[in-house]
Ligand binder design. Structure first.
Ligand code: ATP
Ligand code: MG
Length: 637
């Protein structure tokens, strides 16, 4: 209602109010963690909508992950119910996907394009392309090089000149060209192409950019510091010469996707291109003062840092503990002991609060250790991580059949559904034989698969029923929702919440809910599949469940209790950054990783390290010393 917005507005600080009330013209908010950047952005979306009842008035807000976009939508809905439909809230990728669905035909992109989001699928395509072009098989390794080029909007033709060694360059160019040709032939786009093609579209057809400027009166960007070169140039091209209502919030101390193409440069370009009014939000409302103070001590060790930002002030007033008790530093003998002791500590926390506990680590390996230690103590814990795909054969099969239904010739989908079904029912259907059979019988791949797999199924009732369902669906792909419901009813329920099936089921229903919100419940199959491809298949974390996540996944989030484990040299900072050296860009990025991790805590922060990881002796992380802690003389266990 109107009043929840006015309450939200009244809770803002003066600086935050200025940002929220900012109307026309470019604005850049540079501010540290927990200073309310995301809150400001969300409240501004709500206020703009509330202030402008005009039904054709729309705003655009882009953020980094689908989860963050969903949270932002939910918050806007709470502030101004019914109005959120006039806000387009999404990620760069979902925004580009929509743009290409609507206007891609101008540059020869059929709107029912497939999205290849998985590296395994992309490697498969690249392998085929390489084979056809007669190139070297081990050049599939070049996929990440191709991605780097794409993130800078460099097209295959002429890409050779970006390499010092001309023969390397021409090899990359050939492989890249073959890969792109294969994608085009399959009417498919990968994540890099979504951005690159959207950029191509709006530069070739300025009228389309003009349409976006007219439709969306105000544009907002959260986490702007992690914008890539290509994403920035897209914004620039969309804005053209005269659109000025751009509003970005960023923290240059939280750039943690440098390896992915993010850099301070994008912030500089935004300043140079738009000459925005600049505003700082100096006060942190998330963390206790003790944490703000060590965070400040840590980050000044980065030399390539802009000095434009003032040190973070502590603004949180309702503190849970006496000041010195907000942080602890623990030393253990080994990684096993570290995991077991942290788990023991968490087990002592009231079960009702487990949902507010997070363990953060630089790598997934430590999280897996923690998960098994927590399970031993009967604590529910989920590794929350962007997942590329489902893990259970049941859901892999379901998703691949849907894909095959839309694209009867999609051999990759056939491979997935065959492999998954074989795992599920112990059958041994072979893709190569299925493909050969279709050449003789002229039946579709899916029909031929049904024949092949039925031969091995015998009288398995469920198996046969599923095959029949798939065959029926293939004849009427528009009725895919009935097919999905029928299959879901046949996937066994699992008592164990930590099982792949249970996690996939939770992820699936979460996805379907969130896709429904975006495209409506009656959207056609091709749009459903596109949405399914760009969202990560992450299971939602239950309320009494501890969250285990990598630091990269924790960006923008906050928890009452935060444990950061593995604060040792070679881990955080990583081995690679140590190799790169003391003041290297890599080392500074590791420091920012540490900075992001410790500033997630709302009440309590526990930092830990062990003398020995995986059998190797390690030194305590330099970051602990930089933060000014005196370290324990002996491991506590
Ligand atoms: P990050 O850089 O980590 O993304 P952020 O700048 O986006 O942080 P927010 O997540 O918006 O920060 O806010 C951090 C916390 O502080 C949230 O819990 C938010 O509700 C709270 N907060 C922000 N502003 C205020 C305020 N004026 N009064 C009270 N609490 C506030
Ligand atoms: Mg934020």
């Amino acid at each position: 209602t109107d009043s929840s917005l006015s309450v939200a507005l009244s809770e803002l600080t003066e600086a935050q109010s200025v940002a929220v009330a900012w109307r026309d013209g470019p604005m850049f908010v540079l501010a540290g963690p927990g200073s309310g950047k995301t809150r400001v952005l969300t409240t501004r979306v709500a206020k703009l909508l509330a202030d402008t009842p005009d039904r054709s008035f729309r705003v655009l807000a882009l953020t980094f992950t689908n989860k963050a976009a969903d949270e932002m939508s939910a918050r806007v809905t709470a502030l101004v119910p019914e109005q959120e439909r006039r806000a387009l809230i999404g990620t760069f990728h979902s925004f580009c996907m929509q743009m290409l669905q609507q206007h891609g035909s101008h540059i020869g992109i059929n709107p029912d394009f497939a999205i290849y989001s998985l590296d395994v699928d992309r490697q498969e395509i690249l392998r085929d392309a390489i084979k056809q072009a007669g190139l070297r098989p081990d050049d599939v390794r070049l996929l990440s090089t191709i991605d780097k080029l794409k993130s800078q909007l460099i097209q295959p033709a002429g890409s050779a000149r970006y390499f010092r060694d001309p023969s390397d360059g021409s090899r990359v160019e050939q492989v890249y060209a073959a890969y792109e040709a294969a994608l085009t032939q399959a009417n498919a786009l990968d994540f890099g192409s979504l951005i690159a093609q959207a950029h191509r579209l709006v530069t070739a057809f300025p009228g389309i950019a003009g349409r976006y400027r007219k439709t969306y009166a105000y544009w907002m960007f959260d986490e702007f510091q992690d914008t890539t070169d290509g994403q920035y140039r897209l914004i620039r091209a969309l804005a053209g010469e005269d659109f000025r209502n751009v509003f970005a919030v960023a923290d240059d101390d939280q750039i943690i996707y440098q390896w992915n193409g993010a850099s301070y440069q994008q912030i500089q370009r935004f300043r140079a291109d738009f000459s925005p009014q600049e505003l700082q939000l100096p006060t942190n409302y998330r963390c206790p003062p003790a944490i703000v103070s060590v965070a400040n001590r840590l980050v000044v060790h980065n030399l390539q840092r802009t000095t434009a930002k003032q040190p973070l002030e502590a603004g949180k007033t309702s503190l849970k503990y006496p000041d010195e008790q907000h942080i602890c530093v623990l030393r253990y003998s080994t990684d096993d002991v570290e995991a077991a002791s942290i788990a023991e500590g968490i087990a002592k926390i009231d079960r009702a609060q487990w949902g507010e506990v997070a363990v953060l680590a630089r790598t997934r390996y430590m999280l897996e250790k923690l998960q098994s230690a927590l399970t031993q103590k009967q604590v529910n814990a989920v590794i929350s991580q962007r997942r590329d795909d489902f893990r259970s054969p049941q859901f892999l099969w379901l998703a691949a059949v849907l894909r095959q239904g839309l694209r009867p010739l999609d051999r990759r989908a056939l491979e997935i559904l065959t492999g998954a079904f074989n795992r599920w029912f112990g059958t041994d259907a072979r893709v190569d034989l299925i493909v050969t059979a279709t050449e003789l019988t002229e039946r579709s791949l899916l029909d031929e698969w049904a024949v092949a797999v039925k031969a091995g199924l015998g009288d398995d009732v469920n198996g046969n029923a599923l095959v029949d369902l798939a065959a029926t669906f293939a004849k009427e792909p528009a009725r895919f929702r009935q097919f999905v419901d029928a299959v879901l009813a046949m996937i066994p329920a699992q008592d164990d919440e930590a099982s792949d099936i249970a996690e996939d089921r939770a992820a699936w229903s979460d996805l379907v809910r969130s896709i429904g919100k975006t495209i409506g419940r009656d959207a056609p199959l091709e749009q459903f599949l596109q949405e399914l491809a760009i969202r990560s298949k992450e299971a939602p974390v239950g309320s009494n469940t501890v969250t285990l996540m990598t630091i990269h996944g924790a960006k923008g989030k906050e928890f009452d209790h935060v444990y950061v484990v593995g604060l040792a040299e070679d881990i955080l900072p990583s081995f690679q950054s140590l190799k790169a050296g003391e003041n290297s860009a890599e080392m500074e990025e590791e420091r920012r990783n540490c900075f992001v991790a410790i500033t997630r805590a709302r009440e309590w922060l526990c930092l830990s390290y062990a003398d020995n990881y995986r059998g190797w002796n390690k030194q305590p992380s330099r970051f602990l010393l930089e933060m000014g802690f005196s370290l324990p003389d002996q491991p506590s266990q």
